[in-house]
Design a protein around this ligand. Structure first.
Ligand code: FES
Length: 91
């Protein structure tokens, strides 16, 4: 039996607290976030790559990456990548 826990996540440089089961895929959380409505649900099985994001600079499929593994790591959505470049002055 799994239970819901509050997890703090760093998504596009903003801290978000989500109350979900640890095995919940990041994609489910990210589609609920304001400004991340571009995150697509496509195959939802880790096959098509439509939901590709970066976690600590490594590309992963958000639909198959559990929230509990994202805690304490930097999550960047495709839209957030542009925002990050602007903030850091690299882009
Ligand atoms: S929705 Fe297809 S890989 Fe995630």
């Amino acid at each position: 039996m799994s239970s819901r826990i509050a997890y703090m996540l760093d998504i596009n440089g903003r801290r978000r607290i989500v109350d979900v089961e640890g095995t919940t895929p990041l994609l489910w959380v990210m589609t609920e976030e304001p400004g991340l409505s571009c995150m697509p649900f496509a195959c939802s099985a880790g096959l098509c790559g439509a939901c590709t994001i970066e976690v600590d600079g490594v590309t992963v499929r958000a639909c198959s990456f559990p929230v509990e593994e994202a805690v304490g790591r930097r999550i960047v959505s495709p839209g957030g990548l542009n925002e990050t470049y602007r903030v850091d002055g690299q882009g």
